[in-house]
Design a protein around this ligand. Structure first.
Ligand SMILES: Nc1ncnc2c1ncn2[C@@H]1O[C@H](COP(=O)(O)OP(=O)(O)OP(=O)(O)O)[C@@H](O)[C@H]1O
Length: 80
C-alpha cells in the first residue's frame, strides 16, 4: 500500500510541498470521519515521523474510494 504525505497549504497559496512516502506503521487512523470528497473519505489521524515515536502529530488521512476507477485514482494522486 502506498501512502502519500503532503503538508496542507493555506487555501490561498499553491501547495508546492513535495510528496513523501510513509508506511502505514507511521499512522494511527482514528475512527473519526472528518468529511468526504468525490474520491474518498477523510479521517482524523496521528502521524509519527518514525515508527513507535512518542511524538505524534495531528493529521488528516484521505482513503481513496476503492470503487473509484483506476484512471481517476491516478489523476487524484497526480493533481493532489
Ligand atoms: N485537514 C483537514 N482537516 C479537517 N477536515 C478535513 C481536512 N481535509 C479534509 N477535511 C474534510 O474532508 C472533506 C473532504 O475533503 P477533500 O480534501 O477530500 O475534499 P475535495 O477536494 O472536495 O475531495 P475530492 O478531491 O475527492 O473531490 C472536507 O470538506 C472537510 O470536511
Amino acid at each position: 500500500m502506498e501512502i502519500y504525505l503532503r503538508r496542507v497549504a493555506l487555501p490561498s497559496t499553491p501547495n508546492m510541498s513535495p510528496i513523501r512516502l510513509i508506511t502505514l506503521n507511521q499512522l494511527i487512523i482514528d475512527n473519526k470521519k472528518l468529511g468526504e470528497g468525490e474520491f474518498g473519505a477523510v479521517y482524523a489521524a496521528k502521524l509519527m515521523f518514525e515508527e513507535n515515536s512518542d511524538k505524534k502529530f495531528p493529521a488528516a488521512v484521505k482513503v481513496i474510494n476503492p470503487t473509484t476507477n483506476l484512471r481517476h485514482n491516478i489523476e487524484f494522486v497526480r493533481d493532489y
